[in-house]
Every structure is written in C-alpha cells, then in structure tokens.
Design a protein around this ligand. Structure first.
Ligand SMILES: [Zn+2]
Ligand SMILES: [Zn+2]
Length: 332
C-alpha cells in the first residue's frame, strides 16, 4: 500500500472534508491531482457547507494552492457530499472550470433537471406497491425534504469521455464506469502504481448502499445486480491501494470485497428464510430484517431489501406476483 507522502510525490493530494451524516462512513475525500498545465484537476468537490468549503480551502492551502489553481472538476457520482462543493469552487476559481461526470448521473447534480423532490409522487406510488404504510412514508419524506432541498446544483456539467484516459502530470487515470451505488458512478484507475480511486464504489467499513432509483428512461435499474457485476470487475483488477471516497486509504481490496459479498450472501439467506413462511411485500421483508429501524430510515432500508430481492430474482430464486396493486415476493 502506498504511503500518503509517496502519493503526494505522484501529484495526488487527498483533502478530507467533514460531512454531517455518519452513515456515509467518515469524512468525504476530494482528490486534488496535479495536471500537466500546472493546475489542478479535482476528483470530487466535497460538500458545499461553510465548514466543508473551509476544509477544502485549507486542504488546498496546505499544498500551496488555492481554488484559483483548479482547472477542471470530475465528479464521481451524483451525491451531494461529492458534488455539493463544486458550485462554490467555480465562483472562487475566477476563470471557467469545466465539470465532467458520467451522463447517467448528470441529472442529479446539474441545474435544469427535475429534482428528487419533483419525483416524490412517482416514488410514493412505487413505495405504496412495495407495501410501505402511508405514515412511514410521511416521516421519511420529511427527512428527505430537509436533507436534499439545500443541495446547490452545478450550473453546467459535461459528459465525461469514458474512453479517454486523464493524463496528469505524474500519472494517467483511466475512468471506469462502475454502476451500482448510483447508475453513473465513475472510478479512476492508475495502472502503473496500482492505485484505485473508488469514491463510494468500495469503502473499507461501509456497504455501498445500493439505493432505489426510478430509471429516468423507464429502464429497470437494479442497483445491487449492477453492483455485483461492477465489484467483480474491480476484484479482477490489480490494485495495491484503494483511495476511497470516505475515510482513509486501504489495501487488500479483494479481502474487503469478499467480506462485503459474504455480508450480502447472509442478508439474502435471511430474506429466503422470511419468504419460506409466506409470500411477502418488500415492506414486510424490510420490517423483519430491520425491526428497530426508525421510519425516517425507510428509504435506506427498503432500498436495501428490494436490491437484495432483485439479486435473488435475477438468480431465479425468487419471483414477484401482483402487477398493479401490492407486489409480493415468493420463493420459486
Ligand atoms: Zn454516494
Ligand atoms: Zn459518499
């Protein structure tokens, strides 16, 4: 595993930025990477809160830089702790700074697209069919409204050219599309020194929370099914050091992945046990798996349940019945 000083020598500087949500697995990381033109490429931008902006400024100052040195920003995925600081940085830079991301996550971070908040009726009808009681939905909805309406979007985000390596001053970074945690999540691979900038695709101590999401084009988005495929691709790569989106760098990515797969395997076994009793709605399975979870966490817990049910479905172990009304899942 590479030492942080050697990482700096490669022109990669990790800037740790505080975030208020504990479940993310620690402070979020932005990576300031020395570009060939003497400026900086930022991989992720942290949150936009005053504390986060101060941490970003301090992180840049520590490497003798300022927001004026930022020449381009690549956002790993459309979650606010990764893109939320970009809008402020664009203003502080004092010159145009292109922002790039995978096309499938651009609607979540750029201005001019519907917000999560606008899609609440569509989500509400989906949750209803999954069996979630109305009062639970109301509580979860209040939580979402508080957390998400403050997000400051980025005026303009261009699609990242996935086939074009990012040639930096000391390293070459290959963008890799790793759908799962979100549909458009991008990681960067540095083959020569076997570094992998994983953002939220692989964290050492936290599972990647495959979140339920309505496909924008009506396509069936199955986050955990996609994640299993993406994480297998990461497992096959030669990696010595993972530079994650939260907390500190770690090695032995295969052991971390195997632990995670074991965790999902156990969860799927528990779901099969529940379904052995009777066909159940996703909500009934959720309350059996997470009996003590608060109503406000409904979005996370139902996402986790449905994602695992979809994996079992994809394997032909489970099927669903009931099209229009409540959906029930049963063992095949
Ligand atoms: Zn995320
Ligand atoms: Zn994150």
């Amino acid at each position: 595993m590479i030492a942080e000083a050697d990482l700096s020598a490669l022109g990669i500087h990790r800037i740790s930025i505080p975030i208020p949500f504990l479940e993310a697995g620690g402070p979020v990381n932005a990576y300031a990477i020395e570009d060939r033109d003497g400026g900086l490429l930022l991989f992720d931008s942290g949150l936009g809160s005053p504390e986060a902006q101060a941490a970003m400024a301090e992180g840049l100052r520590r490497i003798g830089r300022s927001p004026r040195d930022v020449r381009r920003i690549v956002v790993s995925h459309g979650h606010i702790d990764h893109y939320g600081g970009a809008a402020a940085l664009l203003e502080q830079a004092g010159h145009p700074v292109p922002v790039h991301a995978h096309p499938r996550d651009i609607p979540k971070m750029a201005e001019g697209y519907p917000r999560w908040i606008d899609e609440v009726p569509a989500y509400a009808s989906l949750f209803q069919r999954l069996g979630v009681p109305l009062e639970v939905m109301g509580e979860a909805w209040r939580q979402v409204r508080e957390g998400f309406t403050k997000a400051r979007r980025i005026p303009r985000v261009e699609p990242l050219d996935m086939g074009e390596p990012l040639r930096m001053r000391h390293v070459t970074l290959e963008p890799m599309h790793m759908p799962g945690h979100t549909p458009g999540l991008v990681c960067l691979y540095e083959r020569e020194h076997r570094l992998f900038l994983s953002d939220d695709h692989l964290l050492e101590h936290v599972s990647p929370n495959p979140l339920l999401e309505l496909g924008s084009g009506g396509e069936a988005w199955r986050p955990l099914v996609a994640y299993m495929d993406s994480v297998a691709r990461l497992r096959a790569l030669e990696v010595d050091t993972v530079l994650p989106g939260h907390a500190t760098p770690f090695g032995d990515h295969r052991a971390v992945i195997d632990r995670l797969l074991g965790f999902y395997g156990k969860r799927q076994m528990r779901i099969r046990e529940e379904l052995r009793r009777a066909p159940l709605t996703a909500w009934e399975v959720t309350t059996a798996l997470f009996p003590r979870a608060p109503a406000a966490a409904m979005f996370l817990t139902v996402s986790e349940t449905i994602a695992n049910l979809e994996v079992l479905e994809a394997r032909g172990e489970v099927e669903r019945e009931g099209g229009g009304e409540a959906i029930r899942f049963l063992l095949r």
